[in-house]
Each structure stands twice: as C-alpha cells, then as structure tokens.
Ligand binder design. Structure first.
Ligand code: 4GX
Length: 246
C-alpha cells in the first residue's frame, strides 16, 4: 500500500508514523509512505503557500499552484495514484467501509490543508474526492491524514500481526465491541462475569455477541441494520432489548 502525503508540516506526519502498528508495517515494507513538503513546490523567495481570500473576509486561503506541482511530482516519482483525497470537514464521512475501499486501491494521495481553507480549484483540478474524519474542526488535515493512513493500513495483509484481531475489531462486524477482562478475577469488589471463567467456548461466544449487540442498541442504535444480522444475532438482540439492562 502506497501513500503520498502533501503538507506544510512533514514532521507531524513522520512523527505520527514512527511508532506502533503502522510504523512496523512501514519497517516491514508492507506500507510505503512518502511525505512531500508543500513549500518545496513554491517558486517565490518567501515560499508562499497561502494568500488573502478574493471577496475579503478573515483568514487565509491555500494557493492552488503548489498543490498542482506537488501532484506532478508524485506522478513522476511514484506513478499515477488511484485516488487523491482532500481532508476537510466538507468531505464525505470517512468510516470503516471507506477504509476498506481505500485499502483496495493500492496507491492513495492525501492532501492536507491549513488556514481557513483551500482554493476551490484544488478540489476541481487535483483532488478526486474529499473525506472528513468527523463533524468537528481540527487545525489542519495532518491529523485526519494520519487517521486515514492508520485505519487503511490495518486492513493491508501483514500490517496487523494477528489477522483474526482485524476481523474481530469493532466495526469489522458493523457493531460495537463486547467488554473485555483480564486478571485479576475480582478487583474493587467487581467480579469478571462467571461465563468468561467457565471454559464454555460456545457460551462465551454467545455472551460476547449479546453484549456487543446490547451496547450497540444502547449507545449507537443507528448502527443496527437487522438486514445484515444472523438469526442468532437477531435472537440475542431481542433478548437484550427485553432485558434492557444486566
Ligand atoms: N476531517 N480540518 C482541514 C483546512 C481545510 C479547509 C478546507 C481543506 C479545505 C477535518 C476533518 C478538519 C479543518 C482539516 C480545516 N483544508 N479534516 N482544515 N474534520 O476539520 O478532515
């Protein structure tokens, strides 16, 4: 999986990729991230990447030409990418399905904006799509780009050591995760549920599935799509809904 990131803060991206699961994926050569300093694609003495908005108003707008030149460099050095993603709150919401789609593309460019915005012609001429990591405002596209790289890289074979854990992940199944426990069996008067100590694997599986469905019903009912649940899941969901708690 190849990523190219265009940013005025290359070290933010480099620092964010130095550790953890994605960092190891890069070391192994399964993930290949190149970071491009947008200022390297300016031609003026002051390396200007922004300017005042036409029509007036507060703040600055990122200029189009450095982004166009950066993409020309990516194409020349790395080949034509399958997608050029602009990160912004105006984008389509990034979710696990979007992560899966991007992971199948093989080569993705991420454009990071700063300031009040970006010249609309970057969207028209450079980006092929626009994605948002959520309905809130961060200071630049760098942290959203790191989120996208992380979520997509986890789906690339060989990045997460145990592929089973990727398949079990929250959202891999479209619902929230079940509770997890480790030793000690009792802490501050709170016992680990007996079923988890019982060694009955089938019962453990059903308990976890029911807990996951209950949590999803309580916290994120918007995620429940009865059309994709198995008969067993529909049964457990109905039980959880009846019980309401416990
Ligand atoms: N999910 N931001 C980008 C500057 C900007 C504005 C318009 C391009 C076009 C965000 C998000 C996010 C704030 C990053 C504005 N760049 N990006 N920045 N939420 O809030 O992706």
């Amino acid at each position: 999986m190849k990523f190219d990131v265009v940013t005025i803060f290359p070290r933010m991206i480099e620092a964010g990729l130095a550790e953890g699961v994605v960092g190891r994926g890069i070391e192994k050569g399964v993930v290949d991230v190149r970071v491009h300093d947008l200022r390297a694609f300016t031609v003026d003495r002051h390396r200007t990447v922004d300017d005042v908005p036409y029509g007036g108003g507060p703040g600055m707008v990122m200029k189009v030409e450095p982004f166009v030149r950066a993409l020309e460099a990516v194409r020349a050095e790395r080949g034509t990418p399958a997608a050029v993603v602009l990160l912004s709150p105006q984008g389509r919401r990034f979710d696990q399905a979007e992560a899966g789609r991007l992971s199948a593309l093989g080569h993705v460019v991420l454009l990071c904006g700063r300031y009040e915005g970006i010249d609309e012609r970057v969207r028209d001429l450079v980006a092929t799509e626009e994605l948002s990591i959520g309905d809130f405002v961060v200071s630049g596209g760098e942290t959203p780009a790191l989120v996208v790289i992380d979520a997509v890289s986890r789906l690339v074979p060989g990045v997460v050591g145990d592929q089973e854990s990727v398949e079990q992940d929250s959202f891999a199944q479209g619902i929230l995760d079940h509770p997890h426990y480790t030793r000690p069996a009792e802490y501050a008067g709170r016992r680990v549920p007996d079923v988890l100590l019982s060694g009955h694997h089938a019962e453990v599986r059903r308990w976890r599935m029911k807990q996951a469905l209950r949590r999803t019903l309580e916290r994120r009912p918007d995620l429940i799509d009865e059309g994709v649940l198995s008969g067993e899941q529909l049964d457990l969901l109905a039980q959880a809904a009846d019980e309401e708690s416990d």
